[in-house]
Design a protein. Structure first.
Length: 185
């Protein structure tokens, strides 16, 4: 779990900098996108390892579970692509976000949250076809806890809408200031 937390923090750190000001400048955006994709791939791998370590599957269960899990994870990745896009839009508009833009981004984030719940509901019976009910419930608990952990780490690096940052905060890292725990995106 500690290793995954480090990866999540690294992901959040690459995506965000100093007090939550995002680094998406024209020259750095392409390199940043590549770095983010590599980190996302590593996070997916670490999440899968944590699921494997905590599911206590028999060989027969594992043979049936992992193909369903891989489909689920692929669909979840698409939802996370939407979330990343929202974060990038927020970064590009930070400081000049209109009321309409803020509401649009918030609506998009809520739709992604709803899509996550709908995906879990869609896969609940699919997992139920390959695992006993208690193991399905265990997987859903593990999956939700890991998603929440990642959400908290990323959200804590995103400044609140309308937050004003002074110039010195933009140039000096402050890893002790959560910069907006509980933000929508």
């Amino acid at each position: 779990m500690k290793k995954t937390l480090i990866v999540v923090l690294l992901f959040a750190g690459v995506l965000m900098v100093t007090n939550g000001v995002l680094i998406l400048q024209a020259g750095a955006a392409q390199t940043l996108d590549k770095d983010i994709e590599l980190l996302r791939k590593d996070i997916r791998s670490q999440v899968k390892q944590l699921v494997a370590a905590n599911m206590q599957l028999t060989d027969a269960e594992a043979e049936k579970f992992w193909p369903v899990y891989d489909q689920y994870a692929a669909e979840m990745e698409k939802i996370n692509d939407v979330r990343l896009g929202i974060i990038k839009q927020y970064a590009e508009g930070f400081g000049s976000l209109s009321d309409g833009d803020a509401l649009s981004l918030t609506k998009g984030w809520m739709e992604a949250d709803n899509a996550t719940v709908q995906l879990a509901q869609k896969y609940l019976p699919l997992f139920g076809k390959v695992l006993p009910g208690r193991k399905v419930a265990r997987f859903m608990q593990i999956d939700r806890r890991l998603r929440l952990l990642i959400d908290v780490q990323v959200s804590s690096q995103i400044p609140m809408v309308g937050e004003k940052l002074i110039e010195s905060e933009r140039s000096m890292p402050d890893h002790h200031n959560p910069g907006g725990v509980g933000t929508t995106f």
